[in-house]
Design a protein around this ligand. Structure first.
Ligand code: ADP
Ligand code: ADP
Length: 227
């Protein structure tokens, strides 16, 4: 599904990521974990080409991402970050409908999809569809961010510390909810976190990075059972 081979990224003279090989199968939930500055976000952003790799190859379903149009990458790959960046002048429903709109879906289909996703994420559509981002709590806004990323029904979801800014209780709640959604949707997820508990809880594979390199890739069980 996603294959990175010998991937590296240099900013100026510094290599932020080097010689990274990683393959993710369809439906896999892979957590990229490691200390701040070790290259997790850069690795994630190279997959949808928000950042261009300096070396190596990244392929999605056998296609080199460099041969894919930016549009195709933005629409085909859901992306969720910590500061979700909801459009402030648009309602919750309109925010979720951004990608469907770009995909040319008609109004009815877009609306149905938006309301369905709100429901899925535990936000009553009647209550939340017409609210503006400023009227939401952090946890609610983050749910809308996840709904927006899911709206175009992408095969791949890239998530960069999506629950990082939340208080511990909301965070745990959202983790559980997201795990349940993933159980059903079976997206291929690449999830960046510096929190080992979160990685082990959510991932079926954990990729450990340090100083721009991948140092270990294992199942959470194996990782935890090691001394
Ligand atoms: P992480 O996500 O693990 O915190 P990042 O991928 O954000 O790590 O950053 C890896 C390294 O690359 C850091 O040293 C960071 O300062 C550097 N870096 C990230 N983005 C840029 C950029 N746009 N320009 C220059 N250096 C960058
Ligand atoms: P994150 O680690 O979650 O990407 P940061 O606050 O480190 O968040 O980075 C925010 C933005 O600034 C990112 O787009 C990143 O690529 C860029 N950035 C990070 N480090 C540097 C740097 N040393 N020089 C220039 N840009 C950077």
């Amino acid at each position: 599904m996603i294959r990175l081979e010998g991937v590296g990224k240099r900013y100026g003279g510094e290599w932020a990521v080097r010689d990274l090989d990683l393959t993710m199968e369809r439906g896999e939930f892979c957590c990229l974990i490691g200390p701040s500055g070790c290259g997790k976000s850069t690795t994630l952003k190279m997959i949808n080409r928000m950042v261009e790799a300096t070396s190596g190859t990244i392929a999605i379903n056998g296609r080199d991402v460099r041969s894919m149009k930016q549009e195709e990458l933005r629409r085909g790959i859901g992306y969720v970050i910590q500061s979700i960046g909801l459009f402030p002048h648009m309602t919750v429903e309109a925010n979720i409908g951004v990608v469907p709109h770009l995909l040319g879906w008609d109004k009815v289909r877009t609306r149905t999809r938006s309301l369905e996703l709100l429901e899925l994420l535990g936000l009553a559509p009647d209550e939340y569809a017409h609210k503006y981002p400023r009227e939401l709590s952090g946890g609610q806004a983050q749910r809308v961010g996840v709904a927006r990323a899911l709206a175009g029904d992408p095969d791949i979801l890239l998530m960069d510390e999506p629950f990082g800014a939340l208080d511990p209780i909301t965070r745990e709640h959202l983790q559980g909810q997201f795990a349940a959604i993933q159980q059903e949707l079976q997206k291929t997820v690449v999830f960046v976190t510096h929190d080992i508990d979160e990685a082990v809880r959510l991932g079926n594979r954990v990729a450990l990075m340090r100083d721009g390199r991948l140092v270990q890739v294992d199942s959470p069980e194996t990782l935890l059972s090691e001394p």
